[in-house]
Write a protein that binds this ligand. Structure first.
Ligand code: NAD
Ligand code: IPM
Ligand code: MN
Length: 398
């Protein structure tokens, strides 16, 4: 893979999924093509089905052959999966049988899910917050993605003497916690050096181990970083009161899921939040990487042509920076998005009346007029730069 990176040739697997997934991934792929063409990057795109679309065609949510393609790809772009029709099915098996996305995450060991969140100055009035509350908000949620209550055993609904009983298991090994903690500190290294670790150590054994291991990793490997522990409930309270206090939030699978959707309100819409998920690097330094919006298939608006494509487009920006090692192109896309938001070309989730196509065209036209390296449109802290190993710390850092 490294040699391919040098050659500027990449294999991308696109799994558009369900609901608004196909529309927002189409928009993101157009942006990717435009930027890649200008920069002379050769990106081979393969498409396949996943989620409900796959279930309709093949009777499962992700095919083995798709998983194999995903293993070979340099990057995966995922749209969204699910919808009332499939969510309501009573199917046998575990989470990897019931969700294509869960299978991909688990099988590729995509444990480090990175979800950047920021307050956009030009959208401040469109959020539920006073502008001064979200001013300067710029944080990253590092969500553990392959363990915890999503995958713990035993699980299921059983009939025991007391009647029906539903069981989920929250389970974390020390090494699962350790690698997530390291990922969070490595991100913090390129940012402001501050990690807030989230748990419920007051009521959960997994929280006790989580807190103990994060403290141990910090003391042994990141002694100069600032680490605070917060109970999940109080963390969310603080996040809504003073989001700019946070730098990197380290959370388990479930808390990270909740925190990131909640934090989207700081940006103004769930339709703005991108994400990247990484597995462990192999001996050649190759990391499996999946990029996807934080949002779901939005069945309530699917088919209306008004889904916000920006979360998917910013996911492609993350891909350009991390998997394709072109932080300059990542920044170019981010600047184009910023410019379009500043122009007020907004979908209904942000209070506007623009369509998915309007926003996409506006971003493409910004890209057409921008120089290859991108031009700063608004003064802003970088959203994505912490992903690169070679970049210096963003704002001082430890
Ligand atoms: P959702 O994220 O799909 O939608 C929540 C709300 O946000 C809805 O009101 C929706 O209209 C809005 N929204 C989300 N993305 C938007 C966008 N790009 N533009 C404008 N508005 C947007 O969450 P949900 O409604 O709880 O779940 C719907 C389905 O999606 C379920 O089947 C769920 O399991 C699935 N889901 C999938 C993923 C994923 O594939 N990564 C993530 C979350 C939910
Ligand atoms: C997410 C989604 C998923 C999750 C669902 C669709 C399994 O909400 O990616 O945030 O809960 O992880
Ligand atoms: Mn979620």
């Amino acid at each position: 893979m490294n040699s391919k990176i040098v050659a500027g040739e990449f294999d991308l697997l696109v799994l558009a999924g369900d609901g608004i997934g196909p529309k927002v991934t189409d928009a993101a792929v157009r942006v990717l093509y435009t930027v890649a063409e200008k920069a002379g990057l050769a990106i081979r795109i393969e498409r396949d089905v996943a989620g409900g679309a796959c279930y309709e065609a093949h009777g499962c949510f992700l095919r083995d052959q798709t998983l194999e393609r995903a293993r070979q790809a340099d990057a995966i772009l995922f749209g969204a999966e699910g919808g009332p029709k499939w969510d309501a099915l009573d199917l046998p098996g575990g989470p990897t049988d019931k969700s294509g996305l869960s299978r991909l995450r688990k099988e590729l060991d995509l444990f480090a899910n990175v979800r950047p969140v920021r307050g956009w100055p030009m959208l401040a009035e469109r959020t539920p917050f006073r502008p001064e509350v979200i001013a300067g908000a710029d944080l990253v949620v590092l969500r553990e993605l392959t363990a915890g209550i999503y995958f713990g055993e035993p699980r299921g609904i059983i009939d025991d003497p007391s009647g029906l009983r539903a069981i989920d298991t929250q389970s974390y090994t020390a090494s699962e916690i350790d690698r997530s903690a390291r990922a969070a500190f490595e991100i913090a290294r390129r940012r402001r050096g501050h990690v807030t670790s989230v748990d419920k150590a007051n009521v959960m054994e997994s929280g006790v181990l989580w807190r103990r291991r994060v403290s141990a990793i910090a003391a042994a490997e990141y002694p100069d970083f600032s680490l605070e522990h917060r109970y999940a409930d109080a963390c969310l309270y603080e996040l809504m009161r003073a989001p700019s206090r946070f730098d990197v939030i380290l959370a388990d699978n479930l808390f990270g899921d909740l925190i990131s959707d909640c934090a989207a309100s700081i940006s103004g819409s769930l339709g703005l939040l991108p994400s990247a998920s990484f597995g462990p690097a192999d001996t050649a330094g190759r990391r499996p990487a999946l990029y996807e919006p934080v949002h779901g298939s939005a069945p309530d608006i699917a088919g209306g042509g008004t889904a916000n494509p920006i979360a998917a487009i910013l996911s492609v920006a993350m891909m350009l920076g991390e998997s394709f090692r072109r932080p300059d192109l990542s920044k170019t896309v981010e600047n184009a998005v910023s410019a379009v938001l500043a122009q007020g070309v907004l979908t209904p989730d942000l209070g506007g009346s623009a369509t998915t196509a309007d926003v996409t065209e506006a971003i493409l036209s910004e890209l057409a007029s921008s120089s290859g390296g991108g031009r700063p449109v608004v003064e802003q802290t970088a959203l994505l730069s912490w992903l690169y190993e070679d970049l210096p710390p963003m704002v001082g850092g430890p």
